[in-house]
Design a binder for this molecule. Sequence first.
Ligand code: SF4
Length: 437
Amino acid sequence: MKTVVISPEIATYGAMLIGGVVRDAGHEVRLSTALAAGDAGAVLLSLYSTQHLMDPAVKAFVASVREEGKRCYVGGPVSAYPEYVLGELAPDAVVVGEGEETVTRLLEDGVSPDLPGIAYLDAGGRTVLTPPAPPAPVRHRSMPLIPPTIGQQSVRGANVYIETHRGCTGACTFCQVPRFFGREIRSRDLDEVRAEARAFKEMGVSRVSVSGGTGSLYGYDGTTINNDAVIALLEVLAEEFGPKNVSAPDIRVDALTDEVLEAIKKYTIGWLFFGFESGSDSVLRQMGKGVTVEQMHEAVAWSRQHGLKVAGCFIVGYPTETPEDYEATKAFVEEEMLDDVFISVAEPIPKTPLADLVLRTPHEENPVYVPHAGEYHSLHLTEAEARWFDLSMHADMYKPLLHVVTDEVFNVYLTEARKQGEDVRRVTGLIEKYDGA
Ligand code: SF4
């Protein structure tokens, strides 16, 4: 059966991998980022954001595919909460978790209670969840199906994030990675990563990032950072694309060694991206980050000793974040003068501990809903939105290079602050609908 794998707007690595699995099973398959089935008889819709479940265009597309008598299966990160997917989009089935072992059988045999790793609605509208499929092997697997337009794609500067390993040893309350892929690290063979890098290069890719929870956990065996494996990985990617076109984002501050830092300096663009999240030890504890503010400071200093630039991600509006906690985050940003800063309003991904906390937090105590009464009260923001807005401007003031907050920048930040608040309230509404009391 002709099949199309669709990931809206971005050709994600996961969609490409599933496309490769389907191709290698002998099916005619193509990849698309547009919501259009064309002549395909089956659609595999790979959704990577909870927002997709509330997107009218996605809902209308799934409905139209089914009205045409075609099959529509949904997979990707949203499959971690299949009842939400079934309730909002009503596809034929959800491919739950890692889909490589399931998707071909689903295409060939259709929905069945005997097929592990799927969820569907029975004739009575009740959710049926079959037993979980085993974790997919990361070795000797299909090469991704790479679209010819991949070289024009840019996701935070990279054409593609190459998956080098699955899982994360962390247990951050807001994060889906350890819940989706597990806390044990499953690393790919370096030869397979190299072959895949070459295939991407042949298709026009020039800039890549390492994807997989925490970059320096490649080759981790449960005891110590595997310096040799991380160095070899970055060296291979640098050989293929050149160091100026490789980045190794998202590294935990407690997953560093001198050797890893030196390899990042030598084989990548020379930036570290730390998920700091907060400058308050209290919030870090509540987030389950497993690190302290002191460790964060040490990691920045250590990275700079190796001549690396440091970017940081922060989360504001965590349900229990107090004004004092937020001030501590501002102070951290101020003190460290980070080279770049990325900020998010705390989004409760369904089924995470953060989602449970949000459900337990009354709206009148949740910063995402509480009206901001301070400095920006005339802008009619919520407390979380005001913190996003304030921290964005604050971070610009304390970057090593001068960033002037013009009227245009002010308006861009204001719009983004409101959008983030609105998106998080929509997700909160969704988890209240499905998991609320
Ligand atoms: S360290 Fe990063 S990938 Fe791991 S659980 Fe925390 S946020 Fe997720």
